[in-house]
Design a protein around this ligand. Structure first.
Ligand code: CMP
Length: 155
């Protein structure tokens, strides 16, 4: 019980420190904290593989990942950007796409810690409450993370 409460407080403190999530109502943060799980991925691991089916949404708590995408013309992997603490990924396969649209690869000697949400919790807590305003053009120009990380509450 005590450990559970400590974990919950840690999650709420973390989410409240992330610009994209801190505007959410306390109740939503607390509901998120109830259902989030933490996972650790070692350097070089593919957290997500393009083309695979996916049922999970991730928020980076610690470390850096690399986003790449297969170029349909050449078949080669193209670097899109790096993402770090407070960035999220995996929303596409849970909304408009069935399969993963890019690769997410750990690029950190210490590995990456992610908070992970299932499709059900995502739909219930984030999909219904928030519009993920991130739009991807398939450009290869790295953008600053604050330019593509925007969450807005629905009216
Ligand atoms: P999903 O398709 O579920 O899994 C791969 C994830 O990579 C995707 O959700 C997005 O979260 C992320 N992603 C896809 N395309 C880009 C891009 N161009 N830039 C940054 N992230 C991307």
């Amino acid at each position: 019980m005590k450990t559970g409460m400590l974990k919950q407080k840690e999650y709420i403190d973390f989410l409240s420190s992330v610009p994209a999530f801190k505007e959410l109502p306390d109740e939503t943060l607390s509901n998120l904290a109830d259902v989030l799980e933490t996972d650790h991925y070692p350097d070089g691991e593919y957290i997500i593989r393009q083309g695979a089916k996916g049922n999970t949404f991730y928020i980076i708590a610690k470390g850096t990942v690399r986003v790449t995408k297969r170029d349909s013309a050449t078949g080669e992997s193209v670097f899109l950007r790096n993402m770090g603490r407070g960035d999220w990924f995996g929303e596409k396969a849970l909304s408009d796409e069935d399969v993963r649209t890019a690769n997410i690869i750990v690029e950190d000697p210490e590995g990456v810690d992610c908070l992970v949400l299932t499709r059900e919790s995502y739909k219930q807590l984030i999909g219904d409450l928030i519009i993920l305003e991130r739009k991807y053009s398939d450009d290869t120009t790295p953008k600053r993370s604050e330019e593509f990380c925007g969450l807005a509450l629905r009216d």
